[in-house]
Ligand binder design. Structure first.
Ligand code: VGL
Ligand code: ZN
Length: 241
């Protein structure tokens, strides 16, 4: 027993000694800090009243992302903001269809569509950015989901999977090759934005504690799995230098 303990202690200290020799400390095995540079952009997805308590499609804990994002903003030269921006009677609203209820699904021309409560209608207070979001250096606002017959979770491409929003062109023309995605909701607009960014050739990080999820029928776990399979990196705000 004592022998065993002594041996494992010796092994442990030998291992630590080796790491010392390599200039490594145990913390070197944690995620190294990432420092966003001139070729990186922070994407702040849909931090709007509609997705926060008191809004039409509140995401649990949605308001909690606001201080995290405000703080992150200081580390970025480039910031893009998005807004879900639907017409009245939008194709993604359950109320548009007789006999349909929110959170059911329907089949549209481009595929399956989750039906939501009416939310984020263009120009309404509900669609405004959260009042405590402080992003004075943000450079562009991308509005999406404004075609009445087509939804757009992604900030890059509408749900028909062929209509671009222009964001990829904007970022590429500005020499940006890396995006850090934050905001609401992790399992819908954040995930689709992150996966489309990968598809379009960007390096992509999702900053988990700067997001909150809807989590409809396991959608959050599914989203992380799909994002990971596509090479999206999952990090925390504390990983940003
Ligand atoms: C979103 C559902 C419907 C989102 C937008 O921002 O994640 N989710 N519209
Ligand atoms: Zn929407």
């Amino acid at each position: 027993m004592r022998q065993l303990q002594r041996r494992s202690l010796l092994q442990a200290s030998a291992a630590l000694g080796m790491m010392g020799g390599l200039g490594l400390t145990p913390s070197a095995f944690a995620q190294a800090k990432v420092k966003p540079g001139a070729k990186s952009a922070l994407i702040v997805v849909d931090v709007q009243n509609c997705f926060i308590d008191g809004g039409t499609l509140p995401v649990k804990g949605g308001a909690d992302v606001v201080p995290v994002i405000n703080k992150l903003a200081g580390a970025f030269e480039n910031i893009v903001v998005t807004q879900d921006w639907h017409t009245a009677g939008h194709a993604s609203f359950a109320s548009t269809y007789a006999g349909k209820k929110p959170f059911e699904t329907t089949k549209l021309k481009y595929g399956n569509q989750v039906l939501w409560p009416d939310h984020c209608v263009q120009g309404s207070d509900d669609a405004a950015l959260h009042k405590d979001l402080k992003l004075p250096t943000a450079q562009v606002i991308i509005r999406k989901g404004f075609h009445k017959d087509v939804d757009s979770y992604s900030a890059f491409e509408e749900a028909d999977r062929k209509t671009p929003t222009g964001l990829a062109g904007y970022l590429k023309q500005r020499g940006i090759n890396t995006v850090y995605v934050t905001g609401l909701a992790t399992d819908f607009c954040v995930a689709w934005t992150a996966m489309d960014a990968r598809k379009l050739g960007f390096q992509v990080y999702v900053i988990e504690d700067a997001t909150r999820a809807i989590d409809l029928n396991g959608s959050l776990a599914a989203a992380w799995k799909q994002m990971s399979a596509k090479g999206v990196k999952r990090i925390q705000s504390s990983d940003i230098a």
